[in-house]
Design a binder for this molecule. Structure first.
Ligand code: NAD
Length: 367
């Protein structure tokens, strides 16, 4: 059963982690390490069944492989899930037990924060393993990735504007932004700084008021966001909002935002394409968060982070070029770029480069 799933998605390894005393039931999935160690967040969720947890960790870890590959990072894709309620089941023992399992993988998997996990939980994990990112700045971490995600999304937006309109003047266009949380608020701020017209909506009325008062955005009702006569739709809340019910309402010419999994189903990507709406693939646009934590591996530096975010512009350009070259929708082109990079980089790593290190030299001397 499990091998069927691994074969379908192409995973390398799945580790079931159990510690009775700590109440730990976790799964770590390593999808692909051709480009580097598998980096991906740890999610804590009260999954109804073990199968639900397995499905989630397999799907998410595969997604990380594609995000890292498309973003030019030397990282593979992995993910961890803890089965439990983040409101009631957290303890020091739980996270330290999880940390020991991460450590046992010897760097094949590097963990980070995801849904249900906060920076304090990661500090427990850090007590047991160094293979952790997204810890507090005092431990050499990179802090909240959201401003970087927003900045990176604007780089992706510029590339998308260039592809769709032939110029990248952010301020010339109008935007319908759904969700003004950590990423969305920073995103609208950057848009407004360039003089763009920005419509916003959020289930949180206070956030909407802040966007209006502090950044001069225009508020619209929750469901009306799909009908706004703006050039660009920027989903920055939930996934699945580009679906067969919403697409017919779109007057947008471009979809570019930070939310994960924006297309409800793949055929929605085909449908927007048919309607002449350019879709900027979400996992390439919102890779700033991953890029930011990836820099913790060999020493975080904010200048390197900003430089790296700017490569999102080029990455989107490559995706649009592949879409044109192969006559395929952009969501498929993003996958193709990732797969091509894994295949080509995987091949250059194939020849054996000789062995270094004292252990090997010692053996040579002993011969
Ligand atoms: P967040 O929770 O801070 O913000 C989400 C906002 O969306 C909240 O203000 C929430 O009230 C609002 N919202 C929820 N449902 C809504 C609805 N139906 N209509 C309108 N608004 C709604 O989360 P975030 O960190 O800003 O992340 C936003 C999105 O970007 C998520 O999809 C996340 O997976 C993705 N993302 C975030 C990062 C990051 O660095 N934080 C990185 C990559 C991707």
């Amino acid at each position: 059963m499990i091998f069927d799933a691994l074969t379908t998605f192409g995973h390398e390894q799945v580790v079931y982690c159990h510690n009775k005393d700590a109440g730990l039931k976790a799964i770590i999935a390593i999808h692909n390490t051709v480009l580097g160690p598998a980096l991906g967040g740890l999610r804590m969720w009260p999954y109804k069944t073990e199968q639900d947890a397995l499905n989630d960790v397999l799907r998410l870890s595969r997604g990380m492989t594609y995000k890292a590959a498309v973003s030019g990072l030397n990282l593979g894709g992995g993910k961890g899930v803890i089965i439990g309620d983040p409101n009631t089941d957290k303890s020091e023992a739980l996270f330290r037990a999880f940390g020991r399992f991460v450590n046992s993988l010897n760097g094949r998997y590097i963990t980070a924060e995801d849904v249900g996990i906060d920076v304090n939980d990661m500090e427990w994990v850090l007590k047991e393993t160094e293979y952790v990112t997204g810890v507090h700045q005092v431990h050499g971490g990179s802090g909240d990735p959201s401003p970087f995600t927003a900045y990176g999304a604007v780089q992706g937006l510029m590339a998308a504007l260039q592809a769709r309109f032939g110029n990248e003047e952010v301020g010339k266009y109008s935007y319908a932004v759904q969700g003004i949380g950590h990423v969305g608020m920073e995103f609208v701020k950057l848009l407004r700084e360039q003089g763009a017209k920005v419509f916003v909506t959020d289930i949180n009325a206070d956030s909407v008021q802040r966007a209006v008062d502090d950044h001069g955005c225009e508020a619209v009702a929750l469901d009306d966001i799909y009908d706004v006569a703006a050039d660009v739709y920027s989903p920055c809340a939930l996934g699945g909002t580009v679906n067969h019910a919403t697409i017919p309402r779109f007057k947008f010419k471009l979809i570019c935002g930070a939310a994960n999994n924006q297309l409800a189903t793949e055929d929605c990507g085909d449908e927007v394409e048919r309607r002449g709406i350019l879709y900027a693939p979400d996992y390439a646009v919102n890779a700033g968060g991953l890029m930011n934590v990836s820099l913790e591996i060999d020493g975080y530096n904010i200048e390197r982070a900003r430089r790296m975010m700017r490569t999102i512009y080029q990455n989107l350009g490559k995706i649009f070029a592949i879409a044109k070259r192969d006559g395929i929708p952009t969501y498929r082109a993003a996958d193709r770029l990732a797969e091509e990079r894994i295949a080509t980089i995987g091949k250059i790593r194939l020849p054996h480069m000789g062995q270094s290190g004292t252990r090997f030299l010692g053996r040579m001397r002993g011969l």
